[in-house]
Design a protein around this ligand. Structure first.
Ligand SMILES: [Zn+2]
Ligand SMILES: [Zn+2]
Length: 92
């Protein structure tokens, strides 16, 4: 089962990377001829109004409410209605 733990660690690492994504100012030009003032973390440099594909940094994610084997709260974040991350949801 060590592989499962390793994969979980990798996933957690990539999740952490997501939360630290840098935001940049939207590169689109508004109708007024000024650069859009919104910030975005999307790869194409556009905010959500201008067709960006940003991961919503302000999305309502909560920390998984499940408790790990070590007795600590799961560090994964989730937007699932049941408050459990994918790891703890699939185990039902
Ligand atoms: Zn914009
Ligand atoms: Zn969890």
């Amino acid at each position: 089962m060590k592989k499962v733990i390793l994969i979980s660690a990798l996933l957690a690492a990539s999740f952490a990377g997501y939360s630290q994504t840098k935001t940049t100012q939207c590169t689109a030009i508004t109708k007024k001829g000024a650069q859009c003032k919104l910030h975005t973390s999307s790869e194409n440099g556009l905010c959500h109004l201008h067709g960006g594909t940003a991961v919503k940094a302000s999305a309502a994610t909560t920390q998984c409410s499940a408790t790990t084997k070590s007795g600590q709260q799961c560090k994964h974040r989730t937007s699932a209605a049941n408050g459990k991350c994918f790891v703890h949801t699939t185990k039902a």
